[in-house]
Design a protein around this ligand. Sequence first.
Ligand code: ATP
Length: 315
Amino acid sequence: MDVVTFGETMVLFTPESTGLMRYANNYTRKFGGAESNYAIGLTRLGHKAGWISRVGDDELGKAMLSFIRGEAVDVSRVKIDNTAPTGLYFKELRSSTEIRVEYYRKGSAASQMNKADLDEDYISKAMYLHISGITPALSESCYEMVTKAIKIAKQHAVKVIFDPNLRKKLWSEEKARKVLLEIASYADIILPGYDEGVFMYGEKDPNKLGELFLQQGPSIVVLKVGAKGAYYFTKEESKLVPGFTVNNVVDPVGAGDGFAAGFTSGLLKGFSIEKAVQRGNAVGALVTMVSGDVEGLPEEHEVERFINSPTEDVS
Ligand code: ATP
């Protein structure tokens, strides 16, 4: 594997109408999970990605597994758990611009993951281990799994990429801040969104945030600033790499996961950090043009064409 990641993916129901959830009768079924989105982003770009998780021993869990497997992600380490169901979530389109989510994930199969689900040999052969800040929020055993995964990565010189992916619905702000900072201190590369940086340090200046993250431990910090693109910071240099202009944002959700996949892809290809961030910006921008978290993730030829000619029709 080039990259191994682990986390919970849920069945996502998106209503076909706007308004309160109680009136929504027709839904489209999709699957959503930051870590599997990221893994799919990488396979689309031609890399080998493995996703470790648990799904329930139920029809929706099996559908999810088929879907992710069908996207060429290695699911050989996913367990089917007959003690708990696959997690679900519903979107509520309160208006065309306000989206709320309702989770049905407490006690889900994925929240039962624990450190025994980690295959040391599998992780040790990867170039990168990707960790998201969602997993430690799921349960105590998931938190322990994250800690163990970092330990395995360190023992085998596998680089840790950390995406804080703050989910305030899952834990208290105090606990979230403490754990995210703790994981950041073990990461080689960290990919926070600007708001996550503000949350973690209470600092609003992007350059100061970059400094604070570097002091925490990672040698590469990439701070995402939405449509404006992303800053990167290393001990030697820092720069804002401008984003691509998208005139028709359809669905911004998943842009961060796409960015992470594009950036990691650049590193795997041996690009400079600046060029890897540019690739991340391009994948993030392409994701916003399409409804759904993974539907807009590009293949290699599309991302190259978009970078060279961003205004050309990509369809
Ligand atoms: P998510 O909501 O998926 O968690 P995030 O907060 O982690 O996202 P964002 O900064 O929103 O991250 O987006 C990630 C990247 O995607 C940005 O750095 C940028 O490159 C690209 N991107 C996001 N939104 C836009 C946009 N409206 N136009 C162009 N590029 C965008």
